[in-house]
Structure formats: C-alpha cells, structure tokens
Design a protein around this ligand. Structure first.
Ligand code: NOJ
Length: 546
C-alpha cells in the first residue's frame, strides 16, 4: 500500500462508482408495468449492498415519454407514472441514509412538444415573441414548403417539422422534442432556476443530456452532407449544431450556480472528438464528462491501452479524473456487443444478422473481464443497471413492442435502443420476474429467470458477486489514489498498476499469457482461476493482483 492520504478529502465524484438507474425499467412499485420511484426506493438496500456511491436516475419529469422521458413537459414535476415530488424527495433523503448520492438527468437541448412554452409558441402564431424560445422559422421554396435547412435528425428523417401555420420548428431528435434557442435570455434564466429547484431538494449532481448540442450556427447553413449516421454525431469541432465554442459560456453560468452549493457536480454527455473533451471539464465548467471512447473501443487491447492512457492524461491535464463507461441506455449491452465478431455494426446487426454470428458465452466472459478492467481504473466508474447481472441485449424483441422512436424514424433499418431497456429480473418467478406485480412494459426473455438478482446474490461465481467483490476491493485498492502505470505484457494484453499496488491484467488475445509475479490474487473474472499460485491467464480473462 502507498502512504498516500485517505480519500476523505477528495470530492466524492472523482473516484466514485455511479450506478445508472433507467427508472422505467428498474423496479415497479405499483404493478402498472412501469418502473417508478417507490420501486427504486424499495431496492436501495440492493444498491447499498452492491456498494455504489451514487445513482444517476434517467429523466423522471412529467413527460409523454415519446423518447423515454428525454422529452420533458415540466422540469419541476415528476411524471405521474413514476410517482410524485414528495416521493422523489423521500428517495433522495433515504438514499443519503444509505450513503448513496443522487444525480438527476437534466435535458436542456430540447423540451417536449407538450411543454407550456412550446404550446404557447404554437398557439400564438408566426411573429409572436414566444416563438423565439425555440428555433421556429419560415421554410424555403414556393410557399415555404421546403424545410429551412437540410439538417437531419439523430433518430433519422428530417430535423424540421412544419406547423399548421406554415412555419417549421427544429428538432435534432424526435418530432416531439423541439430544440430550445439558447440565445434567448429566458431559456438561460429558466434552466438556472431549474438547477436551483433540484439542488434545493438535495440532488447531488446532474447528468447533462446532449451537452455537445445547445448552440446552433446563427446563419443556419445547409450541411450538404450525406445523411448523418443514425444515433451518431459527427465528431467535428464547431459543426453547425454540435460542439460549438459558444456552449462553454452557458456551462460556466451553470457551474456558478452549482458552486453556490456544497459538494455538487455535473457530468456531461458530450459526444465530441477526444481532443475536444477536456474543454468541457475545465475547472470552471463540468466536473466530468463521459469517456465514450472506452465504450466504443471494441475487444482490442491496443485500442483500450490508447483510450485509457489518453483519457487519464486528458482529465489530469485539467485537474479532473476520467469517467469509465461500458454501457448505458443508448447502446447495445456489452455482453452482446463483445460476443459479435470484430467490426460488426451492432446498431444494425439485430436487423441484418447473421444471428449465428453471436457467441454469447464469449460475450459474457469478456463483459466480466471488462468489469475488472473498468473498476480498477482511477477516476469514476459508471455502471448501467443490469450490467452487474451480466444481462445481454434483448436484440430480438418483436417489432410490435418496440417503443424507441428510432425504429419508425429509421424506416425500420434500426430497431433502436429498447433491447438495452428491458426491465430487470429480480426473482426467478412472478409475472415479471420480480420487476413488479404485473407484466412489464417490455417483455423479458424466459431465460432471464436464471439471471435474476436473487439467485445471483446466493452464487459466489455469479456476475453480481463479481461486481460486489470488485466494488468492495476497489474501496481499498482502486479508490485510494489516482496513479496509473500501464504495463507492457504483450500486444493482446491490457495491464496496469495502481499506486496502491493493485495490478489489473486483461487478456484480449486467443492464447494464455503469463501473469507477472505477485503476492496475492485478489479477484478473477473467471471463477475457475484461483489461488496465489495462478501463473497464467486464459483468453478473455481478467485478474486483480497485489
Ligand atoms: C441522449 C439520451 O441518452 C438519449 O436517450 C436521448 O434519446 C437523447 N439524448 C435525446 O435527449
């Protein structure tokens, strides 16, 4: 062990484990098939036992759920299907009693079409000042029948929809999500008030949605680009509507609000080029930003080594720490992703196949190894609900149950993200495997009974046990310092040593590799690897050594 000072003087978010709760699919307290706050509250002991420092809750505000709640109708009330404001406050207080902090998810790039501002703008008609809060413009061509620009939506199809009065409004996502105009002072003032509203209710931080959006080129030029990749953002600095320099002034205003409170944080969902990411985490901006390069790395040692070195160095240069993320509610679960041949486009694969390309066993082995890779790194670890159970993507959901707007807007070329949002299995039986007392809003595969949390909790070799042990060990070995030394153990190996003496070795090749000399084998992703005497590590395995 190094003789570094204890971690208590370190802000919690720098080294924390944050568990993402997709509230709609976590636990259903009232039996209506939709997850809710009471369901989540009832599972706080599970999260405490898992050992997480914080939960990030996907949007819980009043919403028609046209995009799973990222279409917010009222930022100050809770969606009735999820509960009430009183329940939210009780949850925040009870989470604190379990030493779990709460991160809310704020959506500033767009509102729901049901938001009072948009309703007012639509009703008021062209020329009314209320239209200035959004991007509502005349079209081009005869009678203005052509959209103002050729921009396309992230979910597929045009980014403009025409109102009955002939003007068009911009929505970079679904038609139900009009983009706000961040040059408007009322928009800025309103969000500062919303930040305060939730900070005053005890929220510890915010995950900021589409942090690379917000600002648009005031000239509204055409892109003249090929249709952009569905669910992808071009990683180009000062693109006409992504990653524009003007974003940072807005963020600095938010930071001033947060700095008026103790110990709060915000983390950016910014899909930008790696060299632009540090700009978002300068000392007067976000505290952290998701490192999506880690998630996008594929099962390739060289790529992971580069991503880890660059991510850690970039964050350290601005006195932050990196986040490490393998999964979230927008991407295919890694247990399935890692089971597909290298180079597979996992967004289209559920439609194009071939289905027999998937090696489920390899996917699970790699996902377990990746968990040790992630949890041993300095900085903060983000875990998406169900990752700790090794859940696979439900990539074969029948089309009639799909809810993600991507399915329709992509012209059925992509099934969308529902496969990663299937409600959690808590028990081996019951109408929705313990998720709730009724059927779940998305069907769970029958074989998920074997993956239920209750059964895994009793099995020392389960993925849940692996996560529990890793998070517990991390407190002593992983979160004690922020030092990182990459080790060269061969081209197919990712290995690093921490200041505490923790050594993590991951074998991404096809042959066994020799382990370095060590005193103790702390943890292995493969339950078959045991004992201090272990001298080699098989393919797709990971170990923590001291
Ligand atoms: C990113 C969110 O994670 C995603 O689920 C949502 O669809 C878009 N932002 C739009 O808000």
């Amino acid at each position: 062990m190094s003789d570094r000072p204890p971690t208590s003087d370190v802000p919690w978010w720098r080294r924390g484990v944050v568990y993402q709760v997709y509230i709609r699919s976590f636990a259903d307290g009232d039996g209506d098939g939709t997850g809710d706050i009471e369901g989540l509250r009832s599972r706080l002991p599970y999260l405490r036992d898992l050992g997480v420092d914080a939960i990030w809750i996907n949007p819980w505000y009043r919403s028609p759920l046209a995009d799973g709640g990222y279409d917010v109708a009222d930022y100050r009330t809770i969606e009735p299907r999820y509960g009430t404001l009183e329940q939210a406050e009780r949850l925040i207080a009870e989470a604190k009693e379990h030493d779990i902090r709460v991160i809310a998810d704020l959506v500033p790039n767009h509102t729901s079409e049901q938001h009072v501002w948009f309703q007012e703008a639509v009703a008021a008609g062209p020329g009314h000042p209320s239209r200035q809060r959004y991007h509502i413009r005349d079209g081009r061509g005869p009678d203005g029948a052509e959209p103002p620009t050729d921009w396309v939506s992230v979910f597929g199809g045009p980014a403009w929809t025409r109102l009955d009065d002939g003007q068009w409004y911009l929505h970079l996502f679904a038609r139900e999500q009009p983009d706000l105009n961040w040059d408007h002072p009322e928009v800025r003032a309103e969000f500062e008030a919303v930040f305060r509203f939730w900070l005053d209710r005890g929220v510890d931080g915010f995950r900021i949605d589409v942090a690379h959006g917000l600002v648009k080129d005031p000239d509204f030029p055409d892109l003249q680009a090929e249709a952009q990749q569905i669910l992808g953002s071009p990683k180009e600095a000062n693109h006409v509507h992504w990653d524009r320099d003007g974003i940072h002034d807005i963020v600095r205003d938010w930071r001033r609000v947060l700095d008026g409170y103790d110990d709060r944080m915000m983390v950016a969902e910014a899909w930008v080029a790696p060299d632009r990411l540090p700009l978002f985490i300068r000392p007067d901006e976000y505290h952290q930003s998701f490192n999506f390069s880690f998630l996008e790395a594929g099962w390739k040692a060289q790529t992971f080594r580069t991503v880890i070195a660059e991510g850690a160095a970039a964050a350290a240069a601005v006195d932050s720490t990196s986040t490490w993320v393998l999964s979230n509610h927008d991407v295919m679960r890694e247990t399935t992703r890692y089971g597909l041949p290298a180079g597979t486009n996992w967004r289209t694969w559920p439609i194009t196949g071939p289905a027999d390309a998937l090696d489920e066993a390899a996917g699970l082995r790699r996902a377990r190894a990746a968990a040790l890779l992630l949890l041993g790194l300095p900085g903060s670890a983000y875990i998406y609900q169900g990752e700790e159970l090794g859940l696979p993507e439900v990539w074969d959901l029948p089309p009639e149950v799909l809810d993600d707007p991507v399915w329709e807007r992509s012209g059925h070329t992509q099934k969308g993200r529902d496969g990663s949002r299937v409600p959690l299995p808590w028990t081996a039986d019951g109408p929705s495997l313990g998720f709730g007392s009724g059927e779940a809003w998305l069907p769970q595969p029958d074989d998920w009974a074997a993956l239920a949390a209750a059964g895994q909790a009793e099995d020392p070799g389960s993925t849940l046990s692996l996560y529990r042990q890793a998070i517990a060990l991390r407190r002593r070995w992983g979160a004690a310092d922020e030092d990182l030394e990459l080790l060269d153990l061969g081209p197919d190996v990712v290995a690093y040593r921490r200041g505490s003496g923790l050594t993590c070795v991951v074998n991404m090749g096809t042959e066994p590799v020799d382990l370095p000399a060590h005193r103790e084998l702390l943890l292995a992703s493969d339950p078959g690897v045991a004992g201090a005497a272990a001298t080699s590590l098989g393919p797709d395995g990971a170990v923590w050594l001291s």
